[in-house]
Write a protein that binds this ligand. Structure first.
Ligand SMILES: [Zn+2]
Length: 259
């Protein structure tokens, strides 16, 4: 599923739209705020932003928000910056399109400059929503900010890390990866964590996510999808990995070095 790292790869690819004028917009109205197809044509793309897993395409007067569900992908000028995701279908059917946005100045005027294709329709296209509910973006985390965000919370650390109001942009794979690097068990209650453990989690977020981004996204961690599905050995100490459902999501961890 698309996590903040995937959104960052798409944001980067969408920079090529900056300065172009939007000509036509088609949306699947079942997953979109009203008015998008009316207000955007004729406007110039001013900038592209990402906060957590949300991408926003800004024009001078409006912001089109791309919110992703369990599946979904972005196609820019006919090319997919990320070919496949763990849970996404590799097939790309026109009936799965949720957004087709054309611009003037594209190399091929028949090709959508921006297309969102999502078989499961769990995502959402927003117009001018504010993102105040989102927590610290994954690329702005530090130990002090994280410690402050965790104050007063008692749920399992894995569940809290997936709460987009705490850290914005962590999904299931990256949260497991971060806890694996930090040596913290996913079911550990937040109010039991030591200062050192919180610092280790912040260090894993700031140290590992840029490496995974450069490698291609959330599926490139040490706990990669093949190792997760087959429940292989911990790459650090060889102990058999374990799996459990925590907060409704599958957590994979090493019982040997994650405490
Ligand atoms: Zn281990």
């Amino acid at each position: 599923m698309p996590e903040g790292l995937e959104a960052e790869i798409w944001r980067s690819a969408l920079e090529s739209l900056v300065g172009r004028t939007i000509t036509t917009v088609w949306i699947d109205e079942r997953v979109a705020d009203p008015g998008i197809a009316v207000v955007l044509p004729g406007a110039k793309v001013e900038r592209i932003e990402r906060t957590g897993k949300v991408i926003r395409v800004h024009t001078p007067d409006h912001a089109l928000g791309l919110h992703f569900g369990m599946t979904g992908r972005v196609i820019v000028d006919g090319a997919a910056p990320i070919e496949s995701l763990e849970y996404a279908s590799d097939r790309d059917r026109p009936e799965w399109d949720r957004l087709r946005l054309h611009t003037a100045g594209a190399a091929d005027s028949d090709t959508s400059a921006l297309r969102v294709n999502d078989p499961r329709r769990l995502g959402h296209l927003s117009l001018d929503d504010d993102l105040d509910r989102l927590g610290i973006d994954i690329f702005r985390v530090d130990a002090d900010l994280l410690a402050t965000a965790l104050v007063g919370r008692r749920a399992a650390i894995k569940t809290v890390l997936l709460d987009q109001g705490v850290v914005a942009g962590l999904g299931n794979l990256c949260a497991d990866e971060v806890l694996w690097w930090a040596g913290v068990a996913p079911h550990r209650s937040v109010d039991e964590l030591t200062e050192q453990q919180v610092g280790a989690i912040a260090a894993a977020i700031t140290g590992r996510l840029p490496v995974m981004l450069a490698s291609g996204g959330s599926t490139t961690g040490e706990l990669d999808p093949a190792r997760r599905h087959a429940l292989g050995a911990c790459p650090r100490d060889g102990a058999p990995l374990q799996r459990a459902t925590i907060g409704g999501r599958t957590a994979v961890w090493c019982p040997q070095h994650q405490q």
